[in-house]
Write a protein that binds this ligand. Structure first.
Ligand SMILES: *Cc1c(COP(=O)(O)O)cnc(C)c1O
Length: 412
């Protein structure tokens, strides 16, 4: 039997510890678990959310608007908190639209994107007065009818499927044949239609991809998006009032990955916003981020139920797994499974470590939270923490699979 030791993670130093206890929102983890009253749970740290937004405000030019793409974390308390910190909320369904409106987000600063918006979702969006990123000719036709029927303007931006990709992106969402947006080559024709139908055209939306840690690639995509929007702007029925350049800012999950270099992205956006002041007077640039805003502020906490040794390998069986945290199990878009950073949250300073695997309670070998990692020696009752869990967690997981209880979420 060959056992290769997986590489060790850099510590997740956005959280600190006091003695053996990880501190979350200033509270020792064991106490927080008592407060929640059950495991597993997700905990999101307000201070870290605030810090992340402040870092972005420092690095990005003041006139670039920052939006939160709430699909990364639609917990109502998070959306309410973020709505007060950022300039707008991006929603991708009528369900998310409801949460954003309930959270008190200004409808004028909400934008709605997504392929396959249903007729009723479009009606709701027009009634709410939010901006709709249209992604097909059908949507434009429907919105013209809805606008007339309701006697309300339909605020429209065109989501463009660019003729380039975001290099080095974890998930490509633009370039080549895609279900998202309208191919750049078809946009002039769509803009003509929007003009004929008297719809309120406001700008362009380009989103090339997600989870990118290479600042140069992001800058290059932003420049290309800008140039494409400039070319297309010759065909717009009215001047552009904003240009959404997408996002794609990644966070480090795996050994060897490093924090994104925000400084060079800020400089690039500074240049683009200077160009925009000439090319699109009065227009603002928008950046929309999901994972980067919330991902590092969240942890997933489960409790060790059993400790087993099978043919020399130690397994910590915990009370939650892929049913709550599909991403950490490696089944949400990963090609080769890698470990998220994991620690025993009530043994942060333990001297004795061992190599153990953390597995969930589901009857499937896919239910792995940590595959042979170096961890503090843990016993039933201990708390296992998965870091980098603030984005694409609870809402992106098959919670009903195998009938275990739903996960709790708290904002501290
Ligand atoms: C998913 C998505 C985002 C957020 O992506 P992150 O990688 O979480 O930043 C932003 N915009 C659009 C259009 C999306 O579909």
């Amino acid at each position: 039997m060959s056992t290769t030791t997986p590489p060790v993670h850099t510590t997740m130093n956005q959280f600190s510890a006091a003695g053996n206890e990880l501190l979350v929102g200033g509270l020792p983890l064991s106490r927080l678990a008592e407060r929640v009253g059950q495991t597993p749970f997700y905990a999101y740290d307000r201070k870290l959310l605030r810090t992340r937004v402040a870092e972005l405000h420092t690095a990005l030019p003041a006139n670039v608007k920052l939006h939160f793409a709430m699909k990364a974390n639609p917990m109502p308390a998070i959306v309410g908190f973020m709505a007060c910190l950022v300039d707008g909320i991006d929603v991708a369904s009528a369900g998310e639209l409801k949460i954003a409106l309930d959270a008190g987000a200004d409808p004028h600063e909400i934008s709605f994107a997504g392929p396959g918006k249903r007729d009723n979702e479009l009606r709701q969006a027009v009634a709410a007065g939010v901006l709709i990123n249209v992604e097909s000719f059908r949507e434009v036709e429907l919105l013209a009818g809805i606008s007339q029927a309701l006697g309300l303007p339909a605020r429209i931006a065109v989501r463009v499927n660019p003729d380039f990709e975001l290099k080095g992106s974890g998930m490509k969402m633009g370039g080549g044949p895609k279900q998202f947006g309208v191919d750049a080559e078809q946009v002039p024709e769509l803009l003509t239609k929007i003009g004929e139908r008297n719809l309120a055209f406001e700008g362009f939306h380009l989103f090339a991809g997600s989870q990118n840690l290479k600042a140069e690639s992001i800058c290059e995509a932003q420049q290309k998006s800008y140039d494409l929007a400039l070319t297309l702007s010759r065909h717009t029925p009215s001047p552009i009032s904003f240009l959404n350049l997408g996002g794609g800012f990644g966070i480090p999950y795996f050994p060897g990955e490093k924090q994104l270099d925000l400084t060079s992205i800020g400089q690039n956006l500074e240049q683009l916003s200077q160009r925009a002041s000439v090319d699109f007077p009065g227009a603002s640039l928008v950046i929309e981020l999901g994972r980067y805003l919330v991902g590092e502020a969240g942890i997933y906490v489960s409790r060790v139920v059993d400790r087993k040794v099978s043919r020399g390998q130690t397994f910590l069986v915990v009370d939650g797994g892929l049913n709550h945290h599909l991403s950490a199990s490696g089944n949400f878009g990963q090609v080769i499974r890698k470990n998220y950073p994991v620690a025993i949250g009530n043994r942060m300073n333990a001297g004795i470590t061992e190599i153990a695997s953390v597995v969930g309670p589901l009857c499937t070998p896919l239910d792995i939270l940590a595959d042979r990692m170096t961890l503090a020696v843990a016993e039933p009752g201990d708390l296992v923490v998965v870091f980098q869990s603030g984005a694409y967690g609870a809402s992106a997981s098959p919670q009903r699979f195998l009938g275990h209880p739903e996960v709790n979420e708290i904002l501290v």
